[in-house]
Write a protein that binds this ligand. Structure first.
Ligand code: GRF
Length: 217
């Protein structure tokens, strides 16, 4: 049984998707804790209601990034996880922290990386005029929003899209690809060949998200 710790900062809908898939699909894994860097993170209530241990390490109580990351690592390691899942965890992590979880920490980013790292990815996509946008699940490395890509979901940017509509469709795709990636990890199917993630046995590491052809074009 693999142990998963999920880090959140807010709503936690990706965390919910992972928790639900783990339970309903009978993964060889258990979500043992959900940890937030904000006490007001609403996702904590969902986790507690599902019998999952919760903890808060409030970044505002630390002057130094290193001190926060050390406290966070201590809170995580109490649960001895095999995998750390960043699910809308809005903190830049130190290289030391990232190194400690090398090869066992995943993140989801709402863009087709390496395009649009950082914040406001949907606005960035609209501003750039790209016709395809999406989300990426990747192993976390010291470089923000980079690292070997496990799976990506792509969807069209419609002429009618604004940040809200685009974000909603990307989020729906996130809820499909993140549980899939985590499942592959806990099933021991992911390996790294340099920067390339190798999935064994292979299956598509991409998803073209469904939409109604012609809608809003
Ligand atoms: C998601 O879009 C995620 O990709 C991004 O922040 C959002 C978090 O949403 N990093 P939630 O907390 O999982 O609902």
């Amino acid at each position: 049984m693999k142990k998963i710790v999920i880090l959140i900062s807010g709503r936690g809908s990706n965390m919910e998707a992972v928790v639900r898939a783990c339970a309903t699909e009978g993964w060889p894994a258990q979500v043992v804790a959900v940890i937030a860097n904000r006490p007001e993170a609403t996702g904590l209530a969902f986790a507690a209601a599902h019998g999952i241990a919760t903890a808060v390490v409030d970044h505002r109580q630390f002057d130094q990034r290193e001190a926060f990351d050390a406290a966070l690592a201590e809170a995580i390691d109490r649960f001895a996880p095999d995998l750390v899942v960043l699910a809308g965890f809005m903190r830049v992590l130190t290289a030391g922290f990232v190194g400690h979880y090398a090869g066992r920490m995943l993140n989801i980013h709402p863009s087709l990386l390496p395009s649009f790292a950082g914040l406001k990815t949907h606005q960035q996509a609209l501003d750039a005029g790209v016709r395809l946008h999406g989300a990426s699940v990747h192993f976390v490395t010291a470089q923000l929003d980079h690292g070997p890509i496990v799976i990506q979901a792509a969807l069209p940017v419609l002429a009618s899209d604004d940040v809200t509509t685009l974000a909603a469709r990307v989020l729906a795709a996130e809820h499909i690809i993140y549980p899939r990636a985590v499942r592959w990890f806990v099933e021991g199917r992911l390996a790294l060949d340099g920067l390339t993630v190798v999935l064994t046995p292979p299956e598509p590491q991409w998803l073209f998200a469904d939409y109604t052809a012609g809608e809003g074009v």
